[in-house]
Design a protein around this ligand. Sequence first.
Ligand SMILES: N[C@@H](CCC(=O)N[C@@H](CS)C(=O)NCC(=O)O)C(=O)O
Length: 227
Amino acid sequence: MDENGEVVLLGTFGSSYCKRVELALKLKGIPFAYVEEDLTNKSDLLLLSNPVHQKVPVLLHDGRPICESLLILEYIDEHWSNAPKLLPEDPYTRSQIRFWADFYDQKVKLATYHFLKTKGKDQDKAREDFVELLRVFEEGIQRNFPTKSPFFNGENLSFLGIVVGTNACNYQAFEEAIGKITDRERNALFFSWVDELKAHPLMSENLPPHDQLAAKMKAKFFRTPKV
Ligand SMILES: N[C@@H](CCC(=O)N[C@@H](CS)C(=O)NCC(=O)O)C(=O)O
């Protein structure tokens, strides 16, 4: 057996939650097997491993399941505690990183779901909420990390870089499939971070191909593309 124990990732194509885990494993150099899940016909392994949420990603480490992408990233960083570290050592800074990762998932990502479920004026409101949330995110990151980018740990991607980058680097595919949600002028700082993340080799080499991702999103949300 590998000295790491057997590591298996249950995931699905195009999921930024799953991509987070894949990038963290690759960053740490942990060998793993990837099992693609069909979410329209979930496997018994997925249902047994994540009976509460029945979602991917699930990480199986020597057969023991860990669920929820942010918790999986923490597990990876704690179990394989060698460098490169995803989270910083200082407990206060760690808590700030976790706060903004949670904000991104609970607020920013949620705003994109509101956007894709609405039309007309409601959709305009969802777009405005999204831009405003990114502004809050920009301000918070500047306030909490005035001197050092929390998206990178040295030359490596960090916890927050992985969490935000695996999602935000796909906004173009989202927009091709669903419609225009971003405003690069009003969120110029946020998009300067996204551009940096996108240029990082680990990110750029592992992002899902744009066309395939846009096609999957179109098929999933049954919308015609808006030009
Ligand atoms: N909070 C979860 C969200 C994971 C999630 O939403 N996964 C989606 C794929 S992107 C899923 O498995 N959906 C299946 C379903 O909702 O039945 C995490 O961070 O891991």
